[in-house]
Design a protein. Structure first.
Length: 361
């Protein structure tokens, strides 16, 4: 009951405070975003998260999806030559099908988008009880997408375990990979997607999905990022390695930083989970450690797989998005806990993602 009430507060606060709103099918610009793409040092001065602006790739530089045949400067709709194209700098709720049902996602096209240039894609999975619009607002993804030139798809779930297949459990978290494949196919039909530069990030239950996807034998994305829920690699010791960046608050009362038990299944503390994923990737220990304000950053690099791991441990941080929209953070603090401003997860994730490419689907 507590989580349901808190989720309602989160969604209501987002819809009231952010200009983009939460109405079905609503279009908006990126003007709502307040995150500047920086982290804050303890002194209060800004410290760059070190991202470099990513221009769209040239048509010959990356595998092009079907959407690259659309008219330059806009994105279109699958199967309808007469449909009005979605313009850069707008968010539109799009519909796709999977399992014989309609599903929706919030689709943002950055202001720099060109339909003849394969463009990176970030798929953002919201937490239980909220929706794609709320996730976009709190994370300021649109501002970061404009800064670095990537597409954003934020699917809308239709239930608390919407990202998982029938029969999934804590001990066997089966992601609905068919649903995600259908989403990726729909986005690729609407816009010119660089098929080698697809990335996934999630919050809470959406972060649980990220780790469930990491346990799959096939990689749908080139790199992965999560906030406020992690699963141990011991659930899938034979899974291939993959790049991973993760954030967790030590005072998270919804997904405990210290770990939890579910019957005979135990989730270890977050630092142990990340250390184990790093070892799985062939990363030498110990990691490098740096304080960013009050936040401890651990980096495992020079991994034999080539897939680095980063972990941000946030003292006193709640079940929130690091560096999230300050108005939303203030509105949900009583229910979810404090939101750090020492680091901002969205630009840090992109800086990490942008170093990786896959061989394509």
């Amino acid at each position: 009951m507590r989580l349901a009430v808190a989720s309602a507060i989160f969604t209501a606060a987002t819809c009231l405070l952010v200009a983009s709103g939460c109405a079905s099918g609503e279009s908006s610009t990126a003007a709502d975003a307040t995150n500047s793409g920086t982290t804050m040092a303890a002194s209060g001065s800004t410290v760059s998260a070190s991202p470099t602006s990513t221009a769209p790739a040239s048509p010959s530089a990356a595998p092009a999806g079907p959407g690259c045949s659309l008219a330059a400067g806009s994105a279109g709709a699958p199967g309808s030559a007469d449909a009005a194209p979605q313009q850069p700098g707008t968010t539109v709720q799009q519909t796709y099908q999977s399992g014989g049902r309609d599903h929706t996602y919030e689709f943002y096209i950055p202001t720099s988008y060109r339909a003849d240039a394969p463009t990176p894609l970030v798929v953002a999975f919201h937490g239980s009880g909220i929706n794609g619009a709320a996730h976009l607002a709190f994370t300021s993804l649109r501002a970061d997408a404009d800064a670095h030139g990537y597409l954003v798809a934020a699917p809308n779930g239709d239930g608390p375990f919407t990202w998982f297949a029938a029969g999934a459990s804590m001990t066997d978290p089966k992601p609905d990979t068919a649903l995600i494949d259908a989403l990726l196919g729909d986005v690729a039909a609407r816009a010119c997607v660089d098929q080698t530069r697809r990335y996934a990030q999630g919050f809470s239950a959406g972060s649980g999905l990220i780790f469930a996807l990491l346990c799959q034998p096939e990689r749908q994305f080139a790199a992965y990022g999560g906030v406020s829920f992690a699963l141990p690699v011991s659930q899938c010791p034979d899974t291939p390695p993959a790049p991973l960046i993760y954030f967790h608050g030590t005072a998270d009362s919804s997904a405990s930083y210290q770990g939890a038990s579910f019957g005979s299944f135990t989730i270890p503390p977050a630092p142990q989970i990340m250390s184990d994923w790093a070892a799985h990737n062939g990363c030498p220990a110990p990691p490098s450690e740096t304080l960013v304000g009050s936040v401890q950053r651990q980096r495992w690099s020079n991994c034999t797989s080539g897939d680095d791991v980063q972990f941000y441990s946030i003292p006193g941080g709640g079940h929130t998005w690091p560096g999230g929209d300050p108005q939303i953070a203030a509105a949900i603090e009583a229910a979810f806990g404090a939101t750090t401003t020492d680091v901002a997860a969205t630009p840090l994730m992109w800086e990490f993602f942008s170093r990786y490419q896959s061989s394509g689907p």
